[in-house]
Design a protein around this ligand. Sequence first.
Ligand code: NAG
Ligand code: NAG
Length: 222
Amino acid sequence: MIGRMMRSASKRSDNVLLCLLVIVFFCVYRVRAEDIQYCSFFSNRAPSPQPTLKNCTWFKSNSCCMQEEIAATFGNVKPLPGANEKCQNYLNYLMCYICAPNQNVFYLRERLTVCKEFCNNFYEACRYAILKGSVIGNLYPNGSEFCLSRSFKVDDASNGKCFNHDFQEETTDGVMYTVYPLLELLIGALLLQCLLVWESWSVVKLGNIHLTNLLSWKTADI
Ligand SMILES: *[C@@H]1O[C@H](CO)[C@@H](O)[C@H](O)[C@H]1NC(C)=O
Ligand SMILES: *[C@@H]1O[C@H](CO)[C@@H](O)[C@H](O)[C@H]1NC(C)=O
């Protein structure tokens, strides 16, 4: 009789542990997904879905810019004479930084930091285009110098604090739209499951040693 009570109590505490894990995961996930991004180019407003974007379309699902703002920016930039299509594409990728929802990471104090890797590809693509009457390849020895001449800062992509064009994002246009709601649905279902074991929760002593261990481990881990 006593053994059966202890067995069911330990089953309940397993459920509570599972629920706590789900809740902790849920909180971390919300923080990761939302708190970190804002639009430093646009007075720190929040990014939002912009389904009508015609350029920089890979940011449709979450964008800092609106179509009118891209039109204004792109309209002000004259194409480089002698730029081939690849070079033109790189210029477009670069200008799209104003739409990136994580721009607060690489656009600080009105200064854009571009990844060295992007600068090199950009430079290689535009090497034969003309800038200020000279061929770019003759004006600058490498991508970093080219970017610096445009008054960008240059940093390694591995530091995670520079603009880089994500080619994968471009081809999986709008994937966030479908992944995030699905994840939320799954987490919602797990939370519901937790509500169902809520009653058992009140039976379990909250001083339970496993609970305390789990919580302190989780906080240290974050
Ligand atoms: C922006 O998109 C429009 C519509 O697709 C296109 O006509 C225009 O060439 C694009 N602009 C640039 C700079 O790519
Ligand atoms: C680029 O060229 C400059 C000037 O020649 C040089 O100082 C710098 O080290 C080069 N950077 C890279 C990444 O090669």
